[in-house]
Design a protein around this ligand. Structure first.
Ligand code: AMP
Length: 423
């Protein structure tokens, strides 16, 4: 027997309403804040992520689904959406449109990660980006959008963690301070951290290995080492969030796993916090466009994990709108009544009423049992008698007794009860 590949999942029909709900509210919230939808390819040149996401990130070093296609191109299934959106921005000259350009997309992403609760090798993200402006009001707008979106989903007890990781002016000074803090402890560090100390010291703060925690916890936070411009930017963002009534906890260890961030970084957590629990996160990436060979383009964005949101909706017993159920079960008993039953189904569907049409030959009892389990509001049965009289045996499943009615009257009754709608 074949199984779905490790780290992937089948979302069965009973779970689809959770995903559909999250994605519907996501699109609605994006529109509410005037973010337009963009759709970028599922795979890109591998170099885009090596340059964009960063050579020394876990994603690029360990997690990319890269392959050489039949034309010898080195391509990668997108591990995240931000580099694709920035590539599209540069490729199509979108700086010519009114700035900032506000964009979102709902995408599947691929990372060769260790599968565990809330961590998949294929997962979905809501990705929201605002490009072409460095005003911290925009960082505030994005965080607000994310927070209000989670609230609208019905999630309770959210918490926001916030940090600033400076810009090219202040980062070298901070990294000196960080190295100075870590160097006396080099012996106690994990292998990865000893390497990070040389190649990417900021990522030291991201380490989850227990023996590295005391030294990371006591490290000086970047927000105490910001240059004037970055300090002012961070203060204005905090003021914007306070205006919105969104509480932020400062977390000097929050650096995020990607290389392109400058200044603002943030993560949003649900009530039950575990190591894998962030609903999503993001930040400002003023250097990404240049890293990709383009002009200087300030930008800020976030990505929320759809599976994480669904997991938390279930944890918090949030009731989501159910999937559409068929309204009418239409069955025939005996082959002669089949055309009449089919005509009835055709008539209803042409008026927008959803119909589950019984197939095969079954007894009346079997038809009724099937109708019951199908969960339709109405059951319409056609047998020899109905065929002769031009009637249908119609049962409103919310009432008790079936009634034999002329066909047009049965249709009227169904339509009237449904208010003429397609619900
Ligand atoms: P990132 O793109 O790494 O900043 O992740 C943003 C959000 O995407 C995370 O907070 C998660 O909600 C979600 N996410 C990231 N990686 C995975 C994964 N492997 N499986 C499921 N969700 C993920």
């Amino acid at each position: 027997m074949y199984q779905a590949p490790r780290g992937t999942q089948d979302v069965l029909p009973e779970d689809v309403p959770y995903f559909a709900y999250v994605e519907e509210v996501a699109s609605r919230f994006a529109a509410l804040y005037a973010y337009e939808e963009i759709r970028t390819p599922t795979f890109e040149d591998s170099a885009l992520f090596r340059r964009g996401t960063g050579e020394t990130t876990d994603i690029v070093e360990k997690q990319m689904y890269s392959f050489t296609d039949k034309g010898n191109s080195d391509v990668t299934l997108r591990p995240e959406a931000t580099p694709s959106i920035m590539r599209a921005y540069l490729q199509h000259g979108l700086h010519n449109r009114p700035q900032p350009l506000r964009l979102f997309q709902l995408v599947n992403c691929f990372r060769y990660d260790r599968p565990q609760a809330g961590r998949w090798r294929e997962f979905r993200q809501l990705d929201v980006e605002a490009i072409g402006e460095d005003d911290p009001a925009l960082d505030g707008e994005l965080i607000t959008l994310f927070w209000r979106f989670c609230e609208a989903l019905g999630l309770q007890n959210l918490s926001l963690e916030l940090n600033s990781i400076g810009d090219p002016a202040c980062r070298p000074h901070y990294l000196d301070a960080l190295r100075a803090h870590y160097e006396p402890h080099e012996e106690e560090l994990c292998g990865d951290c000893r390497r990070r100390l040389v190649v990417n010291p900021l990522r030291l703060l991201d380490c989850k290995v227990p023996s590295c925690q005391p030294v990371a916890d006591s490290a000086p936070p970047f927000f105490n080492h910001l240059c004037d411009a970055c300090r002012d930017h961070f203060a204005r963002l905090q003021a914007a969030l306070a205006d919105e009534g969104i509480p932020a906890s400062l977390n000097g260890r929050l650096v995020r796993g990607l290389d392109y961030y400058t200044r603002t970084v943030f993560e949003l957590f649900p009530a039950k916090v575990s190591a894998q629990a962030a609903l999503g996160g993001g930040g400002r990436y003023d250097g990404l466009a240049e890293q990709l060979g383009g002009r200087h383009v300030p930008a800020v964005g976030f990505a929320a994990g759809i599976e994480r949101l669904v997991l938390n909706l279930k944890d918090q017993n949030v009731v989501v709108p159910g999937g559409a159920r068929p309204r009418v079960y239409v069955g025939h008993v005996g082959p002669k009544a089949e055309p009449m039953a089919s005509e009835f189904a055709r008539n209803l569907r042409s008026r927008g009423v959803s119909v589950i049409r019984a197939v095969g030959e079954r007894s009346l009892r079997a038809r009724l049992r099937h109708a019951d389990s199908a969960g339709a509001r109405w059951t319409a049965i056609f047998g020899d008698e109905e065929l002769q009289n031009g009637t249908v045996c119609l049962r409103d499943m919310t009432a008790k007794e079936p009634a034999t009615l002329p066909i047009s009257q049965a249709i009227d009754q169904i339509i009237r009860a449904d208010h003429g709608g397609t619900k």
